[in-house]
Design a protein around this ligand. Structure first.
Ligand code: FAD
Ligand code: SF4
Ligand code: SF4
Length: 481
């Protein structure tokens, strides 16, 4: 009986069908197909409906997972969608790209010996059914409330805030420096993890609800924070972190050594049908090249898998620690290996060789040393002579820091932390500038989409509370929190 719960005892965990690696290597389509209806219901029915659901506690949005699983098992999909969408602005995105193994599924407490419930794929399935059946409506408010909010940055944090505010009657303007809305959902994350029409479909709904999008409108170039503050009752900074970390080694200035995001943006733009000179002239195209990607996070995994799809001659990932210490999702590493990427762990680039263009990377072997103050093992050179690896395209995926937000905002009184992220009061979520709030990576540092959504929703609620206080004449009290 598919709608009987507690099926974990007799039914194994299953994910939707994964396309074969040989097929995946040739296109940028998502690697998983959607669940079939029966299969989604069966998998949802594996849940044991815990009284204290650890899955929910470890989901940054505290999604009501057991409830939507039960409704899915019972075939009540419209209600399942309503429950899922009540806490999540983009359940179709999180179902695809959350690192579930570290969040909800990784904390599912089905008894030892049984694999976790397949939560992300069910969240995706329920939302796809909702779109297919016309159950997803634009967040149009019942009435306007006369207040206006300006949001700088159209990534998941800004859009989650925009949706929450618009639903409650706010006039919302989103300013973004790119020519498309979506932030890293559009220009960072490749299509094989998240197809672009999935993101665009949601953005279209937000536009239909009356949210105004102003593209090619960079804060610092076409807009100052003071102007935004004058135009709106409150402003939200949700501009992400984009300053690529660099590597210090001889030869790093050679051509064909490129930052990860330049490479991924070019690839995503090509996929969207744009003319991209740096791709079209071969500089950011891996076709026929020996590609070396430096880094062990999710961005590095996206680069190696993009290079495979572009037809690279070989793709090698260098990571200075071991596999167990990789910061990226183990799942993504597995997919990359299936697709033909070779990994060199405990490998550190010490020099880049070539006359004008890079021709090779000198790679030193490392070993893990004693733990540092944070408890993480340090990395030390093994003492072996470095070896040379052939490379004619090197991609640096070493992480991101914030740009100079204070300069961008032309507001010296905007306080930042020692890491350059915007300092927001942890209770009010307001920055040091009255009426200006901040959310997402620009506060948290490079993180996850699900945290950006959470932060965007929290900031929207905080703005609502602040404007209520202002209208009640208690703004000063609010600011003093
Ligand atoms: P962003 O998504 O960066 O959006 C910020 C927006 O602000 C952008 O649209 C930008 O154009 C705009 N902006 C910046 N400066 C200005 C300015 N001066 N004026 C106007 N607009 C401006 N997370 C996951 O959960 N799963 C994944 O699989 C995953 N993969 C990733 C892969 C890559 C390659 C990268 C780089 C990140 C990945 N992440 C992933 C992390 C995730 O994308 C981010 O944590 C998330 O997008 C942060 O959301 P945000 O809204 O704070 O910022
Ligand atoms: Fe899991 Fe992410 Fe969905 Fe939360 S939002 S239930 S962490 S997939
Ligand atoms: Fe169901 Fe697992 Fe969550 Fe328990 S922890 S409610 S079994 S999904």
């Amino acid at each position: 009986m598919p709608n009987e719960l507690l099926r974990f005892v007799d039914l194994a965990k299953a994910t939707p069908d994964k396309r074969a690696a040989d097929e995946r290597r040739t296109d940028f389509d998502e690697i998983f197909r959607d669940f079939a209806r029966e299969r989604a219901a069966e998998q949802a029915a594996r849940c044991s409906q815990c009284g204290v659901p650890f899955c929910q506690i470890h989901c940054p949005l505290h999604n009501n997972i057991p409830d939507w699983l039960k409704l899915t098992a019972e075939g009540r999909l419209e209600e399942a969608y309503e429950v899922a969408a009540s806490t999540n602005t983009f359940p179709e995105v999180c179902g695809r790209i959350c690192p579930q193994d570290r969040l909800c599924e990784g904390n599912c407490v089905i008894e030892r010996g049984f694999a976790s419930v397949t939560i992300g794929a069910v969240e995706r399935y329920v939302t796809e059914q909702a779109f297919a059946n016309g159950w997803v409506a634009p967040p149009t408010p019942r009435r306007e409330n006369g207040r206006s909010v300006g949001i700088v940055g159209g990534g998941p944090a800004g859009l989650a805030a925009a949706e929450w505010l618009r639903r409650r009657g706010y006039a919302v303007d989103v300013y973004d420096r790119h020519d498309r809305i979506g932030g890293l959902l559009i220009y960072g994350i490749p299509g094989f993890k998240l197809e672009k029409h999935i993101v665009q479909r949601r953005i279209d709904l937000l536009a239909r609800a009356g949210i105004r999008f102003h593209v090619k409108t960079a804060l610092g170039r076409y807009l100052t924070l003071a102007e935004a503050r004058q135009r709106h009752d409150a402003v939200l900074l949700a501009c992400g972190v984009y300053q690529a970390r660099d590597i210090q080694a001889p030869g790093v200035g050679l051509s064909n050594i490129v930052p990860a995001l330049d490479y991924l943006i070019a690839s995503n733009r090509k996929g969207l049908g744009d003319a991209v000179p740096a791709f079209d002239d071969g500089r950011l195209d891996a076709r026929g090249r020996h590609v070396v990607v430096i880094g062990g996070g999710d961005t590095a995994m996206d680069c190696v898998r993009t290079a495979v799809r572009q037809g690279a001659a070989s793709v090698t990932c260098l990571y200075r620690r071991d596999r167990a210490n990789m910061p990226g999702s183990a799942r993504e590493v597995g997919y990359a290996e299936e697709e033909g990427v070779s990994f060199r762990f405990l490998a550190n680039p010490v020099a880049f060789i070539g006359d004008r263009e890079v021709e090779g990377v000198r790679v030193a072997t490392m070993r893990l040393g004693a733990p540092d103050a944070t408890g993480r093992q340090t990395v030390v050179a093994s003492g072996e002579a470095p070896a040379t690896l052939k490379a004619d395209l090197v991609i640096k995926a070493l992480g991101f820091d914030p740009e100079d937000v204070r300069a961008m905002a032309a507001t010296p009184e905007l306080e930042v932390t020692r890491w350059g992220t915007v300092r927001a009061n942890h209770k009010t979520l307001m920055t040091s500038v009255p009426g200006v709030f901040a959310a997402g990576d620009i506060v948290r540092g490079a993180s996850l989409v699900v945290w950006a959504i959470r932060d965007g929703r929290d900031a929207a609620k905080a703005i609502d509370g602040y404007l209520d206080a202002r209208d009640a004449g208690a703004e000063a009290l609010y600011a003093a929190e």
